[in-house]
Design a protein around this ligand. Structure first.
Ligand SMILES: Nc1ncnc2c1ncn2[C@@H]1O[C@H](COP(=O)(O)OP(=O)(O)OP(=O)(O)O)[C@@H](O)[C@H]1O
Ligand SMILES: [Mg+2]
Length: 597
């Protein structure tokens, strides 16, 4: 039905948008969470609607009184008081109703944002690798305001509007059947035309504009976060052109959407003219026939004014409803998307033990890759063992670590830690038991203190400083103008690569997990600093199972066992001395790194 543009940034590329009804269901689930607020809002709105419906009666009564009673009659004043009083009551009650709509909307928008964020956090690393951060952010904030539009449109405008329109048509039917029929026909035509055309004609182009709007967000965030690369290649113009292509696509799409909205608007106004002519015409005709009083004509005019106000609002709000539904669509679709790597609801917490790791016939293939990286791979790491993974780039060393952390699920086999299959325990508890210093640590744009304490949220100042001292980070931190309170920039851009690594190492010291992984953790350090950090790391490794990944073989000599990876397989294993004596792959790598060859 909807020709959405290719949604490049989501796993399993969504081909079909959710239907309006499905998105509305998603929004309505939030209303149900606060039945009291919602009920009071609806109840008071209905009372206000009743006053609104009374207005034409009050107007008709006033005109008939003025037309039929002698001048100076006090009845005219009481008729006027009713006319004014009805409108005043309408205004007051409607305003009170809003006081209930306000907290309902604000709290639900708050919850929707928090829950969507939780959802996004639960999505797998594959999903995140496939999504543009900028587009995700855009979808989330758009949905928050989409909820607001949908709720306002339905509860404040459309619901009351439909009641008033049908109510007035029936009232008209009683007073002057012809006018009643005209008004019922026009109202029905108006509603059908609006709902059908909006869904069939406007919605597809609106979803397309939204997808392009997300794409702008994604493209912007991609280029802005990689700004150092852009600068270093002097590629600003190229990037500007790249973005201009996306914004141009968006412009074309949004013009179609807005034009379609405007077409609908034109149709609505033409129908209003028909209504105006029909209603008042029928009453004036009735007057010529002697079946309608001046009060009836006033009734019809007032009713038309009211109805046209509501109908215009209705048109406006059907558009707003459609836009709100479309803006919420992405997030509503997320809620139907189960986390790709899910915890079983009854999954137990991981029970950290001595740190025995076992790969049992593991077959693993990256979603995007053609062939499996690991094919029936088996390996045992004993508790407390220090294992070094070496081997050419792309041979699967970092992936080994990701599988231990269960960042990806296997096609076959199992990864077992301390007797527990990692796919059966709660992911967060598993990952807390594994401290990883990644290849390219990304820091939060928070203070150094917070960044280090990330490994242990309740850490004291002393503990953080102690970890920093061990990681050889303390000195450079103290040299910064604000010391531990320095903000490090997005992803830590205000620190050097070596400084970032040492912060990440300090984090691992604090985390105090039974399994420690150092993935090229010291690759950005100078030889002297590396030596110091190495000493500290030795202390850290004490009593823990440690996996060290390194290209610089000097750092892995002390390992209990060296595993040489090649294309997802271990081609050699043993201690440094054994492997060098063997004269295989490791011996060759070692000779190169020692500068012998
Ligand atoms: N998310 C991913 N999706 C698809 N393929 C991936 C993904 N991550 C890694 N790969 C591929 O898997 C292979 C192994 O990658 P891995 O990061 O494990 O290598 P590595 O041994 O750590 O290399 P290096 O020494 O360069 O860090 C590579 O060919 C890589 O391109
Ligand atoms: Mg790697």
């Amino acid at each position: 039905m909807t020709d959405m543009i290719e949604d490049e940034d989501e796993t399993g590329a969504r081909k079909r948008a959710l239907s309006n009804r499905q998105v509305l269901g998603f929004v309505a689930r939030f209303w149900k969470r606060r039945p009291v607020l919602f009920g009071l809002g609806v109840g008071l709105t209905l009372v206000a609607v009743a006053f609104d419906l009374a207005l034409p009666y009050a107007a008709g009564h006033l005109v008939d009184t003025v037309a039929t009673q002698p001048r100076g009659d006090a009845q005219a004043w009481s008729a006027l008081a009713i006319f004014v009083g009805v409108y005043f009551a309408f205004a007051v009650v409607r305003n009170i109703a809003h006081r209930f709509w306000i907290p309902l909307a604000a709290r639900n928008m708050e919850e929707m944002t928090n829950e969507s964020f939780a959802k996004v956090q639960a999505f797998s690393s594959d999903w995140h690798a496939d999504s543009f951060a900028g587009a995700t952010v855009r979808k989330l904030t758009r949905a928050m305001w989409g909820y607001d539009s949908v709720t306002d449109a339905v509860t404040i405008w459309l619901g009351p509007g439909v009641i008033v329109l049908i109510g007035l048509s029936i009232a008209m039917l009683v007073r002057q059947p012809l006018a009643g029929i005209i008004s019922l026909v026009v109202v029905a035509a108006y509603l059908t035309v609006n709902l059908v055309i909006t869904e069939r004609y406007v919605r597809p182009s609106n979803l397309k504009s939204n997808a392009l709007d997300s794409k702008i967000g994604g493209a912007l965030a991609d280029a802005v976060t990689s700004n150092p690369t852009v600068k270093s290649f002097g590629a600003e113009t190229r990037e500007a052109e790249r973005l201009a292509k996306v914004t141009a696509q968006w412009r074309e799409a949004v013009m179609v959407t807005w034009n379609r909205f405007t077409d609908v608007w034109l149709g609505q106004n033409l129908l209003l003219v028909v209504l105006q002519a029909g209603l008042t015409g029928a009453m004036v005709w009735g007057w010529t026939q002697g079946t309608a009083t001046p009060g009836d004509v006033a009734f019809a005019i007032t009713a038309f004014m009211l109805m046209s106000g509501y109908l215009r609002n209705l048109g406006e709000n059907i558009r707003m409803l459609q836009k709100g539904l479309d803006d919420t669509e992405d997030v509503a679709a997320w809620t139907r998307l189960a986390p790709q790597i899910a915890d079983d609801p009854n999954a137990p917490e991981f029970q950290p033990g001595s740190g025995a790791i076992e790969f049992q016939d593991v077959t693993f293939r990256y979603k995007a890759a053609g062939a499996p990286l690991y094919d029936r791979f088996s390996l045992k790491i004993a508790p407390g063992e220090r294992v070094a993974l070496v081997g050419p780039t792309g041979s699967g060393k970092s992936t080994f670590v990701k599988l231990i952390q269960r960042l990806h699920d296997l096609q076959d086999g199992a990864v077992v830690i301390d007797g527990q299959d990692v796919s059966t325990v709660k992911q967060a508890s598993l990952r807390r038991a594994i401290a990883v210093v990644p290849q390219d640590p990304a820091l939060f744009h928070r203070t150094l203190f917070e960044n280090i304490a990330y490994g242990k949220p309740d850490a004291t100042r002393e503990e953080v400083e102690d970890a920093a001292i061990k990681a050889r980070a303390h000195e450079f931190i103290l040299r910064l103008p604000k010391g531990y309170d320095t903000l490090v920039g997005e992803r830590g851009v205000k620190l050097s690569g070596g400084e970032r690594q040492r912060v990440a190492i300090a984090r691992a010291f604090l985390a105090d997990a039974p399994i420690l992984v150092l993935d090229e953790a010291t690759s950005s350090l100078d030889v002297e600093t590396e030596g110091h950090v190495q000493e500290a790391a030795e202390a850290l490794m004490e009593g823990r199972t440690t996996i060290v990944i390194a290209h610089r073989l000097s750092t892995v000599r002390g390992a209990d066992r060296i595993l040489v990876f090649q294309g997802g397989r271990v081609v050699e294993e043993g201690r440094h001395a054994e492997l060098t004596a063997k004269g295989g792959v490791y011996a060759r790598l070692n000779a190169i790194s020692a500068g012998v060859v």
